[in-house]
Write a protein of this length. Structure first.
Length: 341
């Protein structure tokens, strides 16, 4: 069943409705939405910050992001290694969960455990493939950053010597990096798209190696460059449209909810005048509000994440026969008509 990138949108929405809401049980619905967000809607962003004291100078001292103390090296290295290990463990579990979620969607079943067990070997190999690809991408970023390293090092030394941070010099170094960062972001998106949307099904259904999965995906991309390009654009645009629609739906209830929580917090603060019981109740109200907001986010974000994955499966299933045969089973052969004399 051939589907263009645009034609795959409506059946993806229909499959999402059937999968999540027919029949509707809130516990099952919440579980599936949570799995969808964990496998489709989460990204990791690691930020670090430091605080340094004021160095004596002849003028006002401006906070410098280059402030650094030698005694920080060992703790930073230890924490970085711990975070790296923790990140790898979490990413492996999410990879296993992606294969389980894939199994749920293609077979329209709501039990996650069968897919979790069935694709253990394939998920492990796919995890290592992603680590290798990520390491290569990191090397590419380092190679691109090397020509700019001298300028940043010079700025670091000047800032350390003078105690002042030159914002103009910093912007002169950063602005030329913006187009390069955009290109790297697009390359990262394309790589992730090929891995998760096109190669993962072949890992799961054919137990393919990385080379076999890549060869199959690349052959299909070369055969239909236009549709795959439009699909990649829609994979960027559709989630954005979905988030905008969710924001439009939730903005007024969200404002009312935040206002109610703020009023409750102010009332508790005024009633107890800083007493321990008042602080406890304020923290309790804050926790309850956070849990409610988290549940609402999962319940509304889950269908969007599910629809995006259904869209990916339907588009590629129209070009990858083992997946298409599961999504749209071929009709049984017609019975032979008896021949009468």
């Amino acid at each position: 069943m051939y589907l263009s990138p645009a034609e795959a949108i409506s059946p993806a929405i229909r499959r999402t409705k059937t999968f999540l809401f027919q029949p509707f049980r809130f516990g099952t619905y919440f579980k599936l939405c949570l799995v969808a967000l964990l496998t489709e809607g989460l990204g990791s962003n690691m930020n670090s910050s430091g605080h340094g004291g004021n160095a004596p100078s002849h003028g006002p001292t401006v906070y410098s992001p280059f402030s650094f103390r030698p005694e920080w090296i060992a703790p930073i290295v230890a924490v970085s290694l711990l975070l790296l290990l923790l990140g790898c463990i979490i990413f492996y579990l999410i990879t296993r969960l992606r294969f389980a979620w894939f199994h749920c969607l293609i077979h329209n079943i709501k039990e996650v455990t069968p897919g979790w067990r069935l694709y253990r070997t394939q998920a492990a190999r796919f995890f290592w493939l992603n680590l290798v690809v990520g390491f290569c991408f990191l090397l590419l970023i380092i190679l691109v950053a090397i020509p700019f390293a001298a300028g940043f090092w010079r700025l670091f030394r000047e800032t350390h010597a003078s105690g002042h941070f030159d914002l103009g010099a910093f912007l002169a170094l950063v602005l030329p990096l913006i187009p390069i960062i955009i290109l790297l972001a697009l390359a990262g998106f394309a790589t992730d798209l090929i891995l998760r949307d096109f190669m993962l099904p072949q890992f799961a259904l054919e137990n393919a190696t990385a080379g076999q999965a890549w060869a199959g995906a690349w052959a299909r991309i070369r055969a239909e460059k236009g549709p795959f390009f439009v699909y990649a654009l829609l994979r960027i645009v559709l989630p954005i449209i979905g988030v905008i629609l969710l924001f439009a739906i939730l903005i007024i209830p969200g404002i009312v909810f935040v206002a109610c929580v703020a009023i409750a917090e102010v009332a508790l603060h005024s009633a107890f005048d800083g007493a321990a019981a008042g602080i406890f109740l304020q923290v309790l109200v804050g926790l309850i509000a956070f849990v409610i907001a988290l549940i609402v986010g999962i319940c509304f974000g889950g269908p969007l994440s599910t629809a995006i994955r259904e869209y990916a499966l339907l588009f590629y299933g129209a070009r990858y026969q083992p997946l298409g045969d599961i999504l749209y089973p071929p009709p049984p052969p017609a019975p032979n008509t008896p021949v009468t004399a």
